[in-house]
Design a protein around this ligand. Sequence first.
Ligand code: KG4
Ligand code: ZN
Length: 330
Amino acid sequence: MKVLGIDTSCDDTAVAIYDSDEGKVLSNVVSSQYEAHRVYGGVVPEIAAREHLKNIDVIFREALEKANVDVSDIDLVAVTYTPGLLPALLVGLTFGKGVAFARYIPFKGVHHIEAHMFSPFIEREPEFPFISLVVSGGHTMISVVRSLGNYKLLGKTLDDAIGEAFDKVAKMLGLGYPGGPVIDKIFRNYREGYLVLPKPQARGVNMSFSGLKTAVRRLIEDGYSKEMIAASFQKTAIDYVVGKLRKAVRETGIRRISVSGGVSANSYLRERLHELENTERVKVFLPEMEFTSDNGAMVAYVGYLRFEKEERIGDPFTLNAYPSLPITGV
Ligand code: KG4
Ligand code: ZN
């Protein structure tokens, strides 16, 4: 099957074509809206929706062209319907339904977090069970995945998501948006010592990041350099998450780990995960760089997996978009 995958949950208009026979992504096109939101210092939902509306047709055509696929070749449409910004989600969902309706093909609504969870396996078979760490701008959670739809939550952030913390710290330091890539770049070029930030307190495998923000504010007032603060923040936040992951491995005895979401692009996180493979004898599965941040390929892939698992029955066209919903089959 040729699967069309669409994600407009936040500020990226993302469309991809996935070929399930080949197990390959034929095209993956993402158009970012950073410029439209930059002046506001954050994502404005209504502006995101208007930008999606302006872009989606162009991005869709570009995805078809790059994949060398005609609209009549598409067999299934998969679209993110939750969680995300409601007006933004509605644009992709409505567009996807339109394509499915016009072509008389099935359509599947996909949960954005589930799509991230499986993004390391897009071009290879998932190996169950595995521990999943999702680290994005909106979510930070560790769960056990026994099969598609069988998830057990082990822990999550009790306040900010880790990507959100990167973005807020970068904003405080005047480094722009999104903050993750900028802070990571500073970290890679940084050669001095690290400041000690207070380790956040959260029980078990749960996490917390809002205290780090307060600590950073204090360090700025104390006059430390931007570079020193940014690098120390990255080291503390990543070491903290890796510590929680180690705890999850020891508690469950599961030795396969999937790490996904925008922050899984972080170079220091990847380095620490590599170390974890040696010290804990685990195998870590990471998405290709182009599948770390929001993309249509992960949506197409999970839409396809769900379609196969659910007796090849599509979702009704009455499926709505929701700002937040649990993943079905938990
Ligand atoms: O998964 P994603 O694209 O969107 C959500 O579903 O939230 O994640 C975006 C987040 C942003 O907070 C961004 O700052 C962060 O991922 N990010 C990074 C890096 N690249 C992107 N954080 C740390 N290091 C990076 N290299
Ligand atoms: Zn995401």
